[in-house]
Design a protein around this ligand. Structure first.
Ligand code: ADP
Ligand code: ADP
Ligand code: SF4
Length: 592
């Protein structure tokens, strides 16, 4: 039995001056005379959760889709930790911070990861869901009596915990931090570890550059270094893998481990499941309704936590939070790949500003997804742009005559001035109403709620989803999709991989994807192209090959080995030097 209902009004969307107040007019309770159920208070729509019966009529009547009425899962009643204002998002429970441990948080965007870490960082004082009469620290601590968090919150409220943050939105850093990288970092080297971090994250080359000149990957590594070298008790690292290639992710992971080895606690929010799995000592799964409510699960062992997340069912709360599990059934060959060739190219060569790229000849068949892997700066995007016809090779020929290409660039910008729906209709034409586009793209990627929004009002993750949808909507023979998982949460990464695969199922089309997230690579790939060489100087691209063979070559270069989880079949990184790691290396099987 559902316990309690909450009513949430999205204040950015609710516009009582323009909507005609249909929600109030049609509410059966108001019509029966219970006028306080839903009303305007100082021009703000307020829904009384005690009086509301949850019929959902206002949800349907609101022209701006601003209202949500949901039944909460029964076990969370009385566990409100924070609510953002009347009818705002509510967070239930908090993650636990343990001494000298790395806690991983996994869940979709909008269910309270940032809210949780703001509270645990001491930046947001929790109100226990009470808006009118906010509790003091004494009461808050009392609420957590008997739990592992009580002592942590007591110390936090007394200013006895120093928390160091690596924010998610590193793109905002250049607006507040100015100057040369070296000078900025030297000023905060409280632990005297700057040299160590510079070497591990390969930052020597950028030390004399200005912060504002750094690329995303460079900025991420500088931000991680800045957190690492400061003195703290707890380090909160929000999405450290963004913008990094697999090599850089593994080096960042080593740096994070060193924090733990030095006796610090770490809170890690991470959407790359291989990295999350590798680093975490235990996991909290977050679930809920994005923007409406979020629940933090009790702590689970890393393996169990990630398996629960993938399965979509949380036994502690007896809640199924996703209809479909995310599965890792290995494909053995793809029945959809035909002999028909969509694109073929001879050996290619291209020079760009001191960088040279060499590509082995290859053919892309209809019905296949070829995933391109390799470090940053090795020529992956250059290769994709040659196939897309944006760049001409210096040597070699690409046979794309008559071949229509649909391209999603790595960096997506909100240049289109209309709504999401008008952009998608324009790109997809008659495909817009096709079952594939409605179900596999718009629904699967969660774009329905964005259709009436303008591109410059949506988040980076939402923009990425729209860019993927725009690319898949176009009629084409080959789809070139550069880094689809950037800015996406785990669910959206797998949803995108599925939408991409379904686009070409049984059709005379092919896809090339550039990707750094290892589990997404596996979920998407029929074949793999491996780029090797020296980033920024020269790159060599292999022919497309069997995914296991390709990943084996790639991971040997990265110097990590994987095993498979016996229950789910998902790939897991072996701890360096562990028995499994030694065995994998001895057999030369870096990828199982
Ligand atoms: P996540 O980190 O999982 O994406 P957040 O904790 O950032 O989730 O946000 C959860 C929800 O809380 C958001 O969708 C938003 O609706 C709401 N929210 C976040 N910050 C605020 C705020 N300062 N005021 C009102 N609502 C907020
Ligand atoms: P990747 O996609 O693997 O990160 P890219 O193909 O973007 O690599 O870049 C490979 C190299 O080519 C980099 O050193 C980059 O600086 C250089 N490069 C890419 N595009 C240009 C360009 N338009 N002009 C000059 N150099 C470029
Ligand atoms: Fe009224 Fe029904 Fe909306 Fe509740 S859900 S406020 S009862 S219309």
């Amino acid at each position: 039995m559902p316990a309690k209902r909450i009513a949430v009004v999205d204040r950015d969307r609710c516009n009582p001056r323009k909507c005609g107040l249909e929600c109030i007019k049609y509410c059966p309770e108001v019509r029966m005379g219970v006028e306080d159920t839903i009303k305007l208070v100082d021009s703000t729509l307020v829904i009384d959760e005690e009086l509301c019966t949850g019929c959902g009529i206002c949800v349907k009547k609101c022209p701006f889709s601003a209202i949500s009425i949901v039944n909460l899962p029964a076990p969370v009643e009385g566990e409100e930790v924070h609510r953002y204002g009347i009818n705002g998002f509510t967070l239930f429970r908090l993650p636990v911070v343990r001494p000298k441990k790395i806690v991983g948080l996994v869940g979709p965007n909008g269910v309270g990861k940032t809210t949780s870490i703001s509270i645990l960082s001491g930046n947001l004082k929790p109100n226990l869901g009470r808006i009118d009469e906010e509790p003091d620290w004494e009461e808050i601590i009392k609420r957590f009596r008997g739990s592992e968090l009580q002592e942590y919150l007591r110390r936090l409220s007394n200013g006895e915990v120093t928390v160091i943050n690596k924010p998610e939105r590193i793109d905002k850093i250049p607006k507040v931090v100015k100057g040369k990288v070296k000078l900025v970092l030297e000023k905060i080297d409280e632990r005297n570890l700057l040299d160590e971090a510079i070497d591990l994250l390969s930052l020597r080359e950028v030390l004399d550059r200005e912060i504002k000149e750094l690329s995303g990957g460079e900025l991420q590594r500088v931000a991680l270094t800045a957190a690492y070298i400061r003195e703290g008790d707890v380090y909160v690292l929000d999405e450290p893998s963004n913008y990094l290639d697999v090599y850089q992710r593994m080096n960042a992971a080593k740096l994070i481990r060193r924090l733990q080895e030095a006796g610090r606690s770490v809170i890690l929010v991470e959407h790359d499941l291989a990295v999350l799995d590798y680093l975490s000592d235990y996991i909290h799964v977050l679930y809920g309704e994005p923007g409406v409510y979020g629940v933090v699960s009790y702590p689970h062992s890393t393996r169990e936590g990630i398996n629960i997340f993938l399965d979509g069912y949380l036994p502690d709360d007896n809640v199924r939070f996703r209809d479909e599990p995310i599965s890792f059934l290995q494909r053995v060959g793809s029945p959809d790949i035909s002999e028909k060739i969509v694109v073929s190219y001879t050996k290619l060569a291209k020079k760009l500003n001191g960088f040279s790229l060499h590509v082995e000849e290859g053919e892309i068949h209809s019905g296949e997804v070829v995933v391109v892997v390799g470090p940053n700066g090795i020529g992956k995007t250059t290769f994709v742009r040659i196939l897309a016809g944006e760049l001409k090779p210096d040597d070699g020929i690409v046979l794309t005559e008559g071949v229509k290409v649909s391209y999603k660039p790595q960096h997506v910008k909100p240049t289109y001035e209309g709504t999401v729906e008008s952009l998608l209709r324009k790109a997809a034409g008659s495909n817009y109403s096709s079952p594939y586009f409605r179900t596999e793209v718009i629904k699967r990627l969660g774009i329905e709620k964005l259709l009436d929004r303008y591109l410059d009002e949506i988040s980076g993750g939402e923009l990425q989803k729209v860019a993927i949808a725009t690319c898949l909507g176009r009629e084409a023979d080959i789809y070139l999709i550069d880094e689809p998982s950037a800015f996406l949460d785990v669910e959206a990464r797998f949803a995108a991989a599925k939408a991409i695969r379904r686009r070409i199922k049984g059709e005379d089309r092919a896809v090339i994807v550039v990707e750094h997230d290892l589990l997404t690579i596996e979920a998407a790939a029929d074949r793999i192209m491996v780029f090797r060489g020296t980033p920024g100087r020269e790159g060599h691209a292999s022919k497309p090959m069997d995914p296991r063979k390709g990943l084996n070559i790639f991971l040997r270069d990265v110097d990590i080995t994987f095993r498979r989880d016996p229950e789910t079949g998902r790939p897991r990184v072996n701890k360096p030097g562990s028995k499994m790691d030694q065995l994998a290396r001895a057999r030369g099987r870096y990828y199982p």
